[in-house]
Ligand binder design. Structure first.
Ligand code: GRF
Length: 211
Protein backbone atom coordinates (compact mmCIF):
# COMPACT_ATOMS: atom_id res chain seq x y z
CA UNK A 1 0.00 0.00 0.00
CA UNK A 2 1.53 3.35 -1.09
CA UNK A 3 1.68 6.29 1.27
CA UNK A 4 0.08 9.50 0.00
CA UNK A 5 0.91 13.00 1.25
CA UNK A 6 -1.63 15.74 0.58
CA UNK A 7 -0.29 19.30 0.38
CA UNK A 8 -2.92 21.98 1.00
CA UNK A 9 -2.86 25.67 1.86
CA UNK A 10 -6.47 26.58 2.54
CA UNK A 11 -10.02 25.29 2.68
CA UNK A 12 -9.12 21.67 1.99
CA UNK A 13 -12.26 20.51 0.21
CA UNK A 14 -10.14 18.42 -2.17
CA UNK A 15 -8.42 16.84 0.83
CA UNK A 16 -11.89 16.03 2.18
CA UNK A 17 -12.77 14.38 -1.14
CA UNK A 18 -9.65 12.23 -0.87
CA UNK A 19 -10.52 11.29 2.72
CA UNK A 20 -14.03 10.34 1.60
CA UNK A 21 -12.68 8.31 -1.34
CA UNK A 22 -10.36 6.43 0.99
CA UNK A 23 -13.25 5.69 3.36
CA UNK A 24 -15.27 4.38 0.42
CA UNK A 25 -12.37 2.19 -0.66
CA UNK A 26 -11.99 3.90 -4.05
CA UNK A 27 -8.56 5.49 -3.62
CA UNK A 28 -6.74 2.47 -4.99
CA UNK A 29 -3.58 1.00 -3.58
CA UNK A 30 -2.72 3.93 -1.28
CA UNK A 31 -3.60 5.54 2.02
CA UNK A 32 -3.30 9.16 3.11
CA UNK A 33 -0.26 9.15 5.39
CA UNK A 34 0.29 12.86 5.91
CA UNK A 35 -1.23 16.29 5.32
CA UNK A 36 1.22 19.18 4.96
CA UNK A 37 0.38 22.86 4.88
CA UNK A 38 2.41 26.01 4.51
CA UNK A 39 -0.15 27.83 6.66
CA UNK A 40 -0.77 27.15 10.34
CA UNK A 41 -4.39 28.24 10.12
CA UNK A 42 -5.34 26.26 7.02
CA UNK A 43 -8.79 24.72 7.36
CA UNK A 44 -7.25 21.70 5.61
CA UNK A 45 -5.27 21.00 8.80
CA UNK A 46 -8.46 20.97 10.89
CA UNK A 47 -10.03 18.58 8.40
CA UNK A 48 -6.95 16.35 8.56
CA UNK A 49 -6.98 16.26 12.37
CA UNK A 50 -10.71 15.50 12.37
CA UNK A 51 -9.98 12.56 10.07
CA UNK A 52 -7.21 11.38 12.41
CA UNK A 53 -4.44 12.05 9.90
CA UNK A 54 -0.89 13.12 10.80
CA UNK A 55 -0.17 16.76 9.92
CA UNK A 56 2.93 18.87 9.40
CA UNK A 57 3.57 22.52 8.72
CA UNK A 58 6.29 23.85 6.43
CA UNK A 59 6.13 27.64 6.30
CA UNK A 60 8.37 29.41 3.84
CA UNK A 61 8.81 32.25 6.36
CA UNK A 62 10.39 29.86 8.88
CA UNK A 63 13.40 29.30 6.61
CA UNK A 64 16.10 31.72 5.48
CA UNK A 65 15.78 30.71 1.85
CA UNK A 66 13.33 28.97 -0.46
CA UNK A 67 15.91 26.26 -1.02
CA UNK A 68 16.05 25.47 2.72
CA UNK A 69 12.25 25.32 2.77
CA UNK A 70 12.43 22.83 -0.12
CA UNK A 71 14.95 20.67 1.76
CA UNK A 72 12.85 20.80 4.95
CA UNK A 73 9.69 19.79 3.10
CA UNK A 74 11.59 16.92 1.49
CA UNK A 75 12.76 15.78 4.94
CA UNK A 76 9.19 15.85 6.29
CA UNK A 77 7.99 13.74 3.37
CA UNK A 78 10.88 11.30 3.81
CA UNK A 79 10.25 11.01 7.57
CA UNK A 80 6.69 9.92 6.78
CA UNK A 81 7.90 7.49 4.10
CA UNK A 82 5.76 9.14 1.46
CA UNK A 83 5.45 7.52 -1.98
CA UNK A 84 2.94 9.78 -3.73
CA UNK A 85 2.03 13.46 -3.37
CA UNK A 86 -1.21 15.28 -4.18
CA UNK A 87 -1.11 19.07 -4.37
CA UNK A 88 -4.69 19.94 -3.46
CA UNK A 89 -4.98 23.69 -3.32
CA UNK A 90 -1.31 24.11 -2.44
CA UNK A 91 -0.26 27.66 -3.23
CA UNK A 92 3.50 27.05 -3.13
CA UNK A 93 5.63 26.08 -6.12
CA UNK A 94 7.59 22.97 -5.20
CA UNK A 95 11.39 23.19 -5.18
CA UNK A 96 13.94 21.09 -7.06
CA UNK A 97 14.68 18.74 -4.13
CA UNK A 98 11.08 17.59 -3.74
CA UNK A 99 10.54 17.47 -7.51
CA UNK A 100 13.64 15.29 -7.98
CA UNK A 101 12.62 12.95 -5.16
CA UNK A 102 9.20 12.11 -6.63
CA UNK A 103 9.44 12.00 -10.44
CA UNK A 104 5.97 11.40 -11.92
CA UNK A 105 4.75 10.81 -8.39
CA UNK A 106 3.33 14.29 -7.71
CA UNK A 107 -0.02 15.44 -9.08
CA UNK A 108 -1.83 18.76 -8.92
CA UNK A 109 -5.45 19.71 -9.46
CA UNK A 110 -6.00 22.97 -11.33
CA UNK A 111 -9.37 24.72 -11.87
CA UNK A 112 -9.22 25.11 -15.65
CA UNK A 113 -8.79 23.02 -18.77
CA UNK A 114 -5.03 23.37 -19.16
CA UNK A 115 -3.17 24.69 -21.06
CA UNK A 116 -5.80 27.44 -20.87
CA UNK A 117 -5.67 29.69 -17.83
CA UNK A 118 -2.68 28.07 -16.14
CA UNK A 119 0.09 29.61 -14.12
CA UNK A 120 -1.91 31.64 -11.62
CA UNK A 121 -4.55 31.72 -8.94
CA UNK A 122 -7.31 33.31 -11.02
CA UNK A 123 -8.15 30.53 -13.47
CA UNK A 124 -11.92 30.65 -12.91
CA UNK A 125 -12.29 34.43 -13.29
CA UNK A 126 -9.86 34.44 -16.24
CA UNK A 127 -12.00 31.82 -17.99
CA UNK A 128 -15.15 33.89 -17.31
CA UNK A 129 -13.65 37.13 -18.54
CA UNK A 130 -12.27 35.43 -21.63
CA UNK A 131 -15.80 34.31 -22.47
CA UNK A 132 -15.14 30.58 -22.88
CA UNK A 133 -18.26 28.42 -23.04
CA UNK A 134 -16.64 25.35 -21.50
CA UNK A 135 -14.10 25.24 -18.70
CA UNK A 136 -13.32 22.61 -16.07
CA UNK A 137 -10.48 21.09 -14.14
CA UNK A 138 -7.24 19.31 -14.91
CA UNK A 139 -5.24 16.82 -12.87
CA UNK A 140 -1.66 16.72 -14.12
CA UNK A 141 1.78 15.59 -13.08
CA UNK A 142 3.82 18.29 -11.41
CA UNK A 143 7.04 19.26 -13.17
CA UNK A 144 9.36 22.23 -12.79
CA UNK A 145 7.20 24.34 -15.09
CA UNK A 146 4.03 25.48 -13.29
CA UNK A 147 0.75 23.87 -14.49
CA UNK A 148 2.56 22.38 -17.50
CA UNK A 149 3.17 18.71 -16.62
CA UNK A 150 1.60 15.81 -18.53
CA UNK A 151 -2.19 15.78 -18.18
CA UNK A 152 -3.71 12.77 -16.42
CA UNK A 153 -7.37 13.66 -16.75
CA UNK A 154 -9.71 16.57 -17.33
CA UNK A 155 -13.38 17.20 -16.70
CA UNK A 156 -15.34 19.89 -18.48
CA UNK A 157 -18.22 22.02 -17.22
CA UNK A 158 -20.44 24.47 -19.14
CA UNK A 159 -20.27 28.21 -18.55
CA UNK A 160 -23.73 29.78 -18.40
CA UNK A 161 -24.65 33.38 -19.23
CA UNK A 162 -25.53 34.20 -15.63
CA UNK A 163 -22.43 32.62 -14.08
CA UNK A 164 -20.20 34.62 -11.79
CA UNK A 165 -16.88 33.57 -10.26
CA UNK A 166 -18.63 31.89 -7.32
CA UNK A 167 -21.02 29.77 -9.40
CA UNK A 168 -18.45 28.68 -11.95
CA UNK A 169 -15.89 27.93 -9.22
CA UNK A 170 -18.44 25.73 -7.42
CA UNK A 171 -19.27 23.83 -10.60
CA UNK A 172 -15.58 23.23 -11.31
CA UNK A 173 -14.87 22.27 -7.69
CA UNK A 174 -17.49 19.53 -7.78
CA UNK A 175 -15.61 18.01 -10.72
CA UNK A 176 -12.25 18.44 -8.95
CA UNK A 177 -13.63 16.38 -6.08
CA UNK A 178 -14.20 13.47 -8.47
CA UNK A 179 -11.16 13.95 -10.69
CA UNK A 180 -8.44 14.15 -8.04
CA UNK A 181 -9.33 10.89 -6.23
CA UNK A 182 -9.73 9.18 -9.60
CA UNK A 183 -6.27 10.31 -10.73
CA UNK A 184 -4.72 9.23 -7.43
CA UNK A 185 -6.35 5.83 -7.78
CA UNK A 186 -4.93 5.38 -11.29
CA UNK A 187 -1.46 6.48 -10.12
CA UNK A 188 -1.53 4.31 -7.00
CA UNK A 189 -2.64 1.32 -9.05
CA UNK A 190 0.27 1.83 -11.51
CA UNK A 191 -2.15 2.37 -14.39
CA UNK A 192 -0.59 5.55 -15.82
CA UNK A 193 1.95 5.34 -18.63
CA UNK A 194 3.66 8.60 -19.54
CA UNK A 195 4.85 8.94 -23.11
CA UNK A 196 6.21 12.45 -23.63
CA UNK A 197 3.30 14.77 -22.93
CA UNK A 198 0.72 12.01 -23.29
CA UNK A 199 -0.53 9.94 -20.38
CA UNK A 200 -2.21 6.66 -21.25
CA UNK A 201 -4.42 4.79 -18.80
CA UNK A 202 -3.95 1.04 -18.62
CA UNK A 203 -7.06 -1.10 -18.18
CA UNK A 204 -7.84 -2.22 -14.64
CA UNK A 205 -6.53 -5.63 -13.69
CA UNK A 206 -9.35 -8.11 -13.43
CA UNK A 207 -8.76 -9.16 -9.86
CA UNK A 208 -11.57 -11.70 -9.99
CA UNK A 209 -9.85 -13.77 -12.68
CA UNK A 210 -8.16 -16.88 -11.34
CA UNK A 211 -4.46 -17.29 -12.07
C1 GRF B 1 -9.10 24.32 -5.98
O1 GRF B 1 -9.94 25.03 -6.87
C2 GRF B 1 -7.86 23.87 -6.69
O2 GRF B 1 -8.06 23.54 -8.04
C3 GRF B 1 -6.98 25.09 -6.61
O3 GRF B 1 -7.23 25.60 -5.33
C4 GRF B 1 -8.54 25.22 -4.90
C5 GRF B 1 -8.37 24.50 -3.60
O4 GRF B 1 -9.60 24.20 -3.00
N1 GRF B 1 -5.60 24.77 -6.87
P1 GRF B 1 -9.64 23.34 -1.66
O5 GRF B 1 -8.65 23.95 -0.69
O6 GRF B 1 -9.27 21.93 -2.01
O7 GRF B 1 -11.04 23.47 -1.17
Amino acid sequence: MKRLAVLASGRGSNLQALVAAQAEGILGDCAIALVVSNRRTALALDRARAAGLPTAIARLGDFPTRSEWDVALDAILAAHRVDLIACAGFEMILGPRVLAGYPLRIVNVHPSLLPSFGGGLTAQSDALSHGVKITGCTVHFVTAEVDAGPIILQRGVPVFDDDDVATISDRILREEHRALPEAIRLLADDRLVVDGRRVRVLPALDRTRSL
